[in-house]
Design a protein around this ligand. Structure first.
Ligand SMILES: [Fe+2]
Ligand SMILES: [Fe+2]
Length: 442
């Protein structure tokens, strides 16, 4: 991966455009026309392509091999690329297709539409959103969903100084850094090695630098993008920021990103969101959480109905397995010996991991799920009687797993800055945090 240079001036020739972005642009070029928005010069001032010229894939790749006066992303656009009206139309279609989303946005839909319709979409934003829409539609939809929810929260929060325009832009662009990660490696999910954790965990920083370099919006946008996986209690990544170190828009975006992830499940979304954002106390701004949940309060009383495909035994087994992984990680961390901490600051990494593993174990215990399924479940007379408990079990399992992976990424980033040796027990703990199942420790 190539990190773009910080700052628009750069002070020298631009670095080559990243290979993953070029590959995505090439795929998009099969159905779209890429064009020079400005004259493109090399670092010596030689004109390579004139403004308005089409850029077929072969030309894109030749340009990418040259040192250009300005990065290629700053000089190109896509004919018929994504506009503010497209964003508005996509947002309206999402609300029409999801009763829960319509409920969440509620009476603010008209104001949100006006906000989306009138926003100024930078050429860079249009470029990357157009590539996302052409190459991976779900990524584009995720960006629009985050923009909608971020814009709605900002419009609704009377106490906040966050600009709704900035909230929408941050939502649209928050994952743009992922386009600079290598798509050939495994994506989100289990089985990532430490190098992959570290690479994935860089997407907020890469995205922030891209936005800072290629757009002219306020700094609160790129700062929030940098913070969108941080948590108020310091448990997020990439920097473990917390409390006042997080910007107001960063707080908002981190909540929105988490909620968007939960909404991938199509059923019982209100209960899922409420449980997920309160699974670990102190992660999210409670004021923003209350604004987010306000429109769905009445719906939470509705009877839980699980999909017919829901497998209760599998849910129980998955919860047990994830919980066991956490125990294994805890066990390994308990057995990191002082003698193995030969590297300066390694003890701080171990203490951080121990603190957060213990916190996750406490959060799980606080749900009361283990107690319920150990003692009360056997009193239930019919399998469908306690669907709400099984839903809670599934949501809590998912939330625990996501936080375990996030912790592993965070620790992976911390270790990147330290020389070897890394204690074997610490590595084993990180591996356990990333697995779905783990053999018990002997
Ligand atoms: Fe995201
Ligand atoms: Fe992200």
């Amino acid at each position: 991966m190539i990190l773009p240079a910080r700052g628009p001036a750069g002070g020298g020739p631009s670095p080559p455009t990243s290979e993953p972005f070029l590959a995505a642009l090439a795929i998009a070029s099969e159905s779209l026309t890429v064009r020079a928005l400005d004259d493109i010069f090399d670092a010596a001032g030689v004109l390579l392509v004139s403004r308005e010229h089409e850029l077929p894939v072969a030309v894109q790749q030749r340009l990418a091999r040259r040192h250009l006066a300005r990065p290629m992303e700053a000089c190109i656009g896509i004919d018929g690329g994504v506009t503010a009206l497209d964003i508005e139309a996509a947002a309206v279609a999402m609300c029409q297709g999801s009763a829960f989303l319509a409920l969440l946005v509620g009476a603010d839909l008209a104001r949100l539409q006006a906000l989306l319709r009138s926003m100024w979409l930078s050429p860079f934003a249009s470029l990357v959103l157009s590539v996302q829409r052409a190459v991976k539609a779900e990524t584009f939809e995720h960006a629009v969903l985050c923009a909608m929810l971020a814009g709605t929260l900002a419009l609704r929060d009377k106490r906040s100084a966050v600009s709704p325009e900035s909230a929408v832009h941050a939502g649209l662009l928050h994952d743009v850094g992922e386009m600079y990660l290598n798509p050939d490696k495994p994506g989100h999910g289990s089985g990532m090695d430490t190098d992959r954790w570290v690479e994935m965990a860089q997407h907020p920083e890469v995205g922030a630098r891209l936005i800072e370099q290629f757009t002219e919006g306020p700094s609160e946008v790129w700062r929030a993008v940098h913070e969108h996986h941080e948590r108020l209690d310091g448990s997020g990544y990439p920097r473990g920021l917390g409390g006042d170190a997080m910007s107001p828009l960063g707080r908002l975006l981190s909540l929105v990103e988490a909620v968007c992830g939960i909404l991938r499940a199509p059923d019982n979304q209100g209960r899922r969101v409420k449980l997920a954002v309160s699974f670990v106390a102190g992660e999210f701004d409670p004021h923003l959480v209350s604004i987010m949940l306000a429109p769905i309060g009445a719906s939470l009383a509705a009877k839980v109905a699980l999909p017919a495909s829901f497998d209760e035994a599998a849910a129980l087994e998955r919860a047990r397995s994830i919980r066991q992984c956490l125990d294994v990680a805890s066990h390994h961390l308990d057995h990191v010996t002082p003698a193995s901490l030969t590297v300066d600051k390694m003890d701080g990494v171990v203490a951080f991991a121990r603190r957060h593993v213990a916190r996750l174990a406490l959060s799980w215990a606080a749900t009361g799920i283990d107690t319920y399924f150990a003692f009360n479940r056997c009193l239930s007379s019919s399998p469908g009687e306690d669907e709400a408990s099984y839903l809670d079990l599934e949501v809590a399992s998912r939330e625990l797993k996501w936080r375990m992976r996030s912790l592993a990424r965070h620790v992976g980033l911390m270790l990147r800055n330290l020389p070897p040796p890394i204690p074997d027990t610490l590595m084993a703990a990180m591996a356990a945090l990333d697995r779905d199942s783990s053999p018990p420790v002997q």
